[in-house]
Design a protein around this ligand. Structure first.
Ligand code: HEM
Length: 575
């Protein structure tokens, strides 16, 4: 075997085929021929037949069927690129997220057929009626493709995001109350504390820069790193009832394992090796340095999430005894421990709770931090909008006692005390700030953190008079819909929060603007995310000013989310 590998290493592709044939022949001569008494000439014919059959099977399945016979080929779409078996992937990988999809939607309409790796038949839907059909009317006939599930399962556990059918219905019913307005309202103080801490860190960095470097101008800050830690601390406190202290302990030996793991996992990986894994999924198992690191990270996630749940269950057991204490904000985990199915009376098992926690931890912090990074960048590009936003926020958040010791111990914050003692704005007041709302919605329109999602059909179906056979992969390009000039007008690609006060955007449909998706699988955390985004943005903009770093142009390549690459870096100064 070693000999074979060495030979292959040093040979060209033609030689590789010869070496391979030689070894098959040797095996045939040594083992099969004597056993079955097959002669040399028959051996050659058998070998040839075997090769021809395999090649015919391969070509019929991956070329003839997929390129010519598959029913989705009747749907209009772009021709495949020149690289054999790459389908339209060259364009998708080279361009920023959504660029080819927007072009195809414009050229071919609301349903487009194109090809993935190995000419996999894919259908892109941008027609709102068809999206509704897939996400709402027939949502349980369209599930997440097995490869997507396998990938997500590793990071998110078998939680709400990947469950299907009855299990999903059951889990969603059980989890919905934890995300009600009433529950989220109580979590506002838990979301404020990490924002206060991050603002302070950036203020300190500016002061240090001034003192050490005599810099009276703006300080360069990698904002996406701090935002990622702050949103992890938010989901830690508001989601798990645990103070991760990711912001405080970052880059120290006391750093939380979860934050270390998520930093690696969500790092935008646009290496050639990753591109190759699209075509050869087996490469995921090659023990590269990154794969070894990811394995360690996943182990940490498993250990830490189990520990969090055990503590949550323990808190649940003691909460009756503690009922005399002042009421603290209830976190998602405590709410989940409390919930039971109204039909069966059963709650979630520890394993189920652990899976949901992993889902909330990952889905809940990365998306919001990506959204905030882009939001600050867009505001840096539009100083007039940034100033107007600061003006709107100041009277509300400027009243807060931002130095109050309450924010050092988020888990002990009592919502009522926070409002009276620290002048914390309420959920309703935060949501009444119009420009703040418009800026967040416009950021999620222009640069949706989840720019695309996919589904696979579990039944034959008809979409727009075209047959879509069972097993077809469908792509929904949220970003393509969000950038459509037909829907949003000629300024679709402009950052213009004021559009949300105009009739066109006010009347937009749920399948034209859907950063949180729509239908049964709509993001359960959308209210949580919106108020968290507003709180962190307000705290970070009320007395800090952001400008672009000259020459820094982040790209919007799709990784797990639409993370800026390289990490978002801005110039920050006190106003
Ligand atoms: C700006 C922030 C966020 C964005 C843009 C976002 C976006 C999305 C999208 C597009 C989906 C649907 C994915 C699919 O089915 O293909 C989704 C699902 C989900 N999100 Fe979010 N999300 C955000 C924040 C959050 C937060 C803060 C949480 C939790 C606290 C969360 C938890 C979930 C869960 C559990 C699902 C699965 C729902 C289901 O399938 O029933 N997300 N999110």
């Amino acid at each position: 075997m070693n000999q074979l590998i060495q030979k292959i290493d040093s040979s060209s592709l033609g030689e590789y085929a010869r070496v391979f044939e030689q070894h098959i022949q040797t095996y045939f001569d040594k083992h099969l021929a004597p056993t079955f008494g097959i002669q040399s000439s028959i051996r050659r014919v058998a070998l040839g037949l075997g090769l021809v059959t395999s090649l015919t099977y391969f070509l019929s399945k991956y070329v003839v069927y997929r390129l010519f016979l598959h029913k989705t080929n009747r749907i209009p779409g772009p021709p495949v690129g020149w690289i054999p078996f790459a389908g339209n992937m060259r364009e998708i990988i080279r361009e920023e997220a959504g660029v080819p999809h927007k072009k195809w939607a414009k050229e071919y309409g609301g349903i487009v057929s194109y090809k993935g790796p190995w000419y996999e038949n894919r259908v892109l839907l941008t027609d709102p009626e068809l999206i509704k059909h897939v996400l709402t009317t027939n949502s349980y006939d369209y599930v997440k493709p097995p490869a997507t599930v396998e990938f997500l399962k590793k990071i998110l556990g078998e939680g709400l995001l990947i469950s299907e059918g009855d299990l999903h219905r059951k889990q969603r019913k059980l989890l919905n109350p934890a995300f009600s307005v009433q529950s989220i309202r109580g979590m506002v103080p838990l979301m404020v504390a990490p924002g206060v801490q991050l603002r302070k860190q950036w203020m300190d960095a500016i002061a240090d820069d001034k003192q050490n470097n005599n810099n009276d101008g703006a300080t360069e800050i990698i904002v996406s790193s701090g935002l990622s830690l702050a949103t992890l601390d938010v989901i830690g406190a508001a989601g798990m009832g645990h103070n991760f202290e990711s912001l405080r302990t970052f880059n120290t030996p006391a750093a939380n394992k979860l934050s270390k793991a998520y930093i690696d996992i969500f790092q935008s990986d646009i290496s050639i090796f990753r591109v190759l894994t699209f075509f050869f999924p087996i490469l995921k198992y090659v023990p590269t340095e990154r794969n070894r690191m990811l394995k360690q990270d996943l182990k940490w996630l498993d250990e830490e999430s189990r520990h969090l749940v055990e503590m949550g269950v323990d808190r649940g057991k003691h909460q009756d005894k503690d009922s005399q204490k002042p009421k603290h904000a209830k976190d998602l985990l405590t709410l989940m421990v409390d919930e039971s199915d109204s039909d069966t009376g059963l709650g979630m098992t520890v394993k189920e709770l652990q899976n949901q926690c992993l889902t909330f931890l990952a889905a809940g912090h990365e998306t919001t931090s990506v959204a905030l990074s882009w939001c600050l960048w867009l505001l840096a590009k539009h100083p007039e909008i940034q100033d107007a936003l600061r003006e709107e926020i100041q009277p509300v958040f400027g009243q807060m006692d931002i130095e109050h010791p309450l924010f050092d111990k988020p888990l002990e914050i009592n919502p009522l005390q926070a409002q009276t003692e620290a002048n914390l704005p309420s959920y309703e007041t935060i949501n009444s700030l119009t420009l703040l709302n418009n800026v967040c919605k416009e950021t999620l329109r222009l640069i949706p953190p989840v720019p695309t999602t996919n589904r696979i059909s579990t039944k034959d179906d008809v979409l727009n008079h075209y047959v879509v056979p069972k097993g077809t992969v469908l792509f929904l390009s949220v970003i393509a819909n969000h950038h459509s000039t037909e829907v949003w007008g000629d300024d679709a690609l402009e950052f213009r929060p004021a559009r949300w006060d105009e009739p066109r955007a006010k009347n937009i449909g749920p399948y034209e603007y859907f950063p949180f998706l729509a239908g049964n699988r709509q993001c359960i955390g959308n209210r949580f995310a919106m108020v968290e985004m507003k709180i962190l943005l307000s705290l970070l903009i009320m007395d800090l000013k952001y400008t672009e770093k000259p020459g820094f142009e982040p790209s919007k390549k799709q990784s797990v989310t639409l993370r800026p690459h390289p990490n978002m870096t801005l110039l920050v100064e006190k106003v």
